[in-house]
Ligand binder design. Structure first.
Ligand SMILES: *[C@@H]1O[C@H](CO)[C@@H](O)[C@H](O)[C@H]1NC(C)=O
Ligand SMILES: *[C@@H]1O[C@H](CO)[C@@H](O)[C@H](O)[C@H]1NC(C)=O
Ligand SMILES: *[C@@H]1O[C@H](CO)[C@@H](O)[C@H](O)[C@H]1NC(C)=O
Length: 413
């Protein structure tokens, strides 16, 4: 009996010891995973598709902003956590940790209808890959560019993302001198950033000098080319979601567009603040199946007969909440090199209906001055004219005209 009892307790103790070792091992593993994960996230390289957004101040929709209590009209903190890292285990404690810590720091009420209707960052089951991962990392990031310029409520009114080519420093300098210099217009804050990819080492060197001076370039390590414009726009939205989540609106423009910042801020006064996208609407467009075309689109790339309605690429405006949703959704939407059509596909998927507004689509024709001046004074964004060298500098003339029309000082650097 004695011997048996001793054995029982011995094996009991053994069992307890074994269980303890397993338990301790698990804890260590979790801690280790968490540390690795944090390290990687901060370097932003190993885990490039990770996008996180938590305890950010998100401007409220106009209805909520109208609450009778003036305290209520301030932007509230909304806890959002979006994770897109496919290296990450979907169920680890690590995954849930940010939202909990974010919630502790800022225990705010969460109006349920203010959450994105379709959380883009639903972790996928382990082992399944994204259709369209974004495996790039920032090589120029300017993490403070937007935050530094937020108002006392913690947001900026508009973030202008200008798509440029790396070698286009001259056009960037013209934009910086003209509409891009307007940072505070009628009390509204505008941040303008230039988006580009990579080219050769020499260009990169010049870009670094330029960026060290102006701190307004966003670059990822993909090759800059026409067929990578979609990556460029997605990069901009990723940056907006990560580093400018409190932008109420985002304007995407090509480098040859002119933004009439006065009309832009007027437009913001009445535009919806959530789920909103407007520009020159392309209602029904068919993919080009002609193999000789620059825009040839095979059925493998896009099988459907038409694209969903989309906003013409040169200039469109979206509400800030869409940056994270569009970028997040893009990870599961097959890549298409036509960035505007691609954005339309994503908007369709997340239930955002792009709207037509005629103030985004005009071309200036300098032979018809009357018409040109009318377009300049009425549009939010317009094309500076045919892509000719001499038209580039018209931006200076147009800017002077726009300023005179509005006769309102803008804050320049
Ligand atoms: C907010 O209040 C203003 C004036 O009090 C009113 O004109 C506007 O329609 C209201 N907006 C909403 C969305 O309720
Ligand atoms: C993972 O999370 C899901 C939903 O949160 C849950 O249903 C499932 O049981 C979890 N799996 C594991 C292995 O913890
Ligand atoms: C787009 O960028 C990627 C990453 O740099 C590159 O591999 C690819 O060739 C580029 N595509 C085009 C069409 O230039």
């Amino acid at each position: 009996m004695n011997v048996a009892e001793t054995l029982m307790t011995r094996s009991g103790k053994l069992m307890v010891a074994v269980l303890f070792v397993i338990w301790a091992g698990t804890i260590l593993l979790v801690i280790d995973t968490r540390r690795n994960y944090t390290d990687r996230g901060s370097r932003d390289t190993e885990c490039p598709c990770r996008l996180q957004r938590h305890s950010d101040e998100i401007p409220l929709s106009p209805v909520q902003a109208n609450a009778s209590n003036p305290e209520d009209s301030k932007p509230k903190t909304i806890v959002k956590v979006l994770k897109y890292c496919r290296h990450e285990k979907s169920n680890s404690t690590v995954g849930r940790q940010p939202s909990q810590s974010g919630g502790e720091k800022s225990p705010q009420r969460l109006p349920p209808n203010d959450r994105p209707a379709h959380p883009p960052g639903k972790p996928k089951p382990p082992g399944r890959k994204y259709t369209n991962p974004h495996p790039y990392y920032f090589t120029m990031k300017n993490p403070g560019a937007c935050k530094q310029f937020t108002n006392k409520h913690g947001y900026v009114d508009a973030l202008c993302l200008v798509l440029t080519a790396p070698g286009d420093s001259y056009m960037r300098s013209l934009i910086r001198k003209t509409w891009g210099s307007a940072k505070l217009v009628k009390g509204k804050r505008i941040v303008t950033m230039f988006l580009l990819g990579r080219r050769d080492a020499e260009t990169q060197h010049l870009l670094e000098l330029e960026n060290n001076h102006y701190h307004d370039i966003i670059q990822e390590n993909f090759l800059d080319s026409y067929y990578n414009l979609t990556l460029k726009t997605l990069m901009g939205l990723r940056w907006a979601a990560q580093l400018c989540p409190n932008a109420r609106y985002i304007m995407k423009v090509d480098v040859d567009m002119f933004v009439n910042v006065y009309n832009l801020v007027d437009r913001l006064d009445t535009a919806p603040t959530l789920n909103f996208a407007e520009g020159n609407l392309k209602d029904v467009t068919e993919p080009i199946r002609n193999r000789q075309s620059k825009w040839y689109t095979s059925r493998d790339v896009y099988p459907d007969k038409t694209y969903p309605p989309y906003l013409d690429g040169p200039a469109y405006l979206i509400s800030g909440d869409l940056s994270a949703r569009i970028f997040g959704t893009s990870l599961n939407v097959r890549f298409l090199p036509w960035e505007d059509a691609y954005m339309g596909i994503i908007m369709h998927r997340i239930g955002v209906e792009p709207r037509f507004n005629g103030k985004y689509s005009n071309y200036l024709d300098y032979d018809n001055m009357q018409d040109t001046l009318r377009k300049i004074s009425q549009s939010v964004a317009f094309h500076l004219g045919e892509d000719k060298e001499e038209n580039r500098e018209n931006i200076l003339m147009v800017w002077n005209y726009v300023r005179k029309l509005n006769d309102i000082p803008v804050l320049e650097e």
